[in-house]
Design a protein around this ligand. Structure first.
Ligand code: SF4
Ligand code: SF4
Length: 351
């Protein structure tokens, strides 16, 4: 497993252009595989357009206590990009006025932003219907200053969504680092202890599964059944839903694909599994993604590729929902990851 981010390793992929060069060139440029825009043009979906805005996803920083092998954010302890209080104020102004019913805080480990708790308290006052924090679980056990996070989440009725690549120690630790499985189990038990994830509880606790290698995820409902059975039997853990997510060929997963010689085969399998009925519900059609420094993107993946929205409104300080909704979404070959099989989004399958 990598112990440093690509950025810390000065890997060539850290320049956004390099990733796009790979995604636009090679097997796509020579015609072996079709471009994503041409595939969606066949069903009248190019240019891809947003529908009603439902989710405002805010990335409060790329710092993380983990350095997972497949991280599309290239997050890690060395990443210093952290949202300032000033940008948070600009986000709060938008949160108070947006038509979006869901606020989704992500990172890195969002809890590591020094203003995280203040931001949550202020954002909660806006009364959004579904307030999500994407917590990697281990942060809850990383340092005693985080031990009370389950109670904090409960106080603000936060919907906790957490990555859990597998219900076995070996597969989880391989992808996320040694010791991650045991800490995640302990954190899940602590979330259960305050009421999260219990069968009739309104304190929502969902898990996210992503494959541990260069293959597509299996059926979401079957995976959920397997996870529920194993975590209950082995550790008395309860959770609500499991979202299965396809790894997109970006940042550390792209690096892994290239280094392991799997890039071309993986792109073939994404294109071969292209499901036209997933296109109309891809995440970018109902989401706006905000980066740590306030720039706006069609989705978290475009954010990591440096592809800002194709709109005259590009920054949270100038936010205007009507103008933003009237834009074309920027697509490239990584988008095949969102339309493979049952489709994939931050909330799991889309079909
Ligand atoms: S996948 Fe999540 S937990 Fe892992 S390094 Fe990336 S942001 Fe951190
Ligand atoms: S990667 Fe982003 S822009 Fe592309 S289809 Fe998925 S959500 Fe939309």
């Amino acid at each position: 497993m990598a112990t440093k981010s690509l950025k810390a390793r000065h890997n060539a992929l850290v320049t956004d252009n390099k990733q796009l060069e790979i995604l636009e060139g090679g097997i796509f440029e020579n015609g072996e595989l079709p471009y994503f825009k041409d595939k969606i043009a066949q069903i009248g979906q190019f240019p891809l357009r947003p529908k009603k805005l439902e989710i405002l996803q805010i990335n409060v920083g790329y710092m993380c206590n983990q350095v997972c092998e497949h991280c599309h954010v290239d997050a890690g302890p060395d990443r210093k990009e952290i949202m300032t209080r000033e940008t948070m104020e600009q986000c709060l102004e938008v949160i108070r006025n947006t038509a979006a019913h869901t606020l989704d805080l992500t990172g890195g480990a969002p809890e590591m932003n020094p203003n995280f708790r203040w931001f949550v308290e202020e954002a909660a006052k806006a009364g959004v219907q579904d307030f999500i924090v994407r917590s990697n679980l281990t942060i809850i056990r990383a340092n005693k200053k985080y031990y009370d996070l389950p109670e904090f989440f409960k106080k603000y009725n936060i919907h906790v969504i957490s990555s859990m690549p597998h219900y076995t120690r070996g597969k989880t630790d391989k992808q996320r680092g040694e010791g991650v499985f045991d800490k995640s189990i302990k954190a899940l038990q602590e979330l259960n202890a305050v009421g999260y994830g219990m069968p009739d509880s309104s304190l929502r606790l969902d898990l996210v599964y992503n494959p541990s290698g260069a293959f597509l995820p299996g059926d979401q409902s079957a995976l959920e059944r397997d996870f529920k059975k194993a975590l209950k039997e082995d550790f008395e853990i309860n959770f609500h839903n499991l979202f299965s997510i396809t790894n997109l060929p970006i940042a550390r997963f792209l690096d892994y694909l290239i280094a392991s010689g799997n890039y071309e085969d993986y792109m073939y399998s994404l294109v071969e599994s292209y499901n036209p009925s997933a296109v109309e519900n891809v995440m970018c059609t109902n989401t706006i993604s905000v980066s740590w420094d306030g720039w706006l993107y069609d989705c978290d993946f475009n954010q990591m590729l440096g592809l800002k929205v194709a709109s005259k409104i590009k920054h949270i300080k100038d936010y205007n929902e009507d103008i933003l909704t009237d834009r074309n979404i920027i697509v490239s070959q990584h988008c095949f990851g969102c339309t493979a099989g049952a489709g994939s989004s931050c909330q799991g399958s889309v079909t």
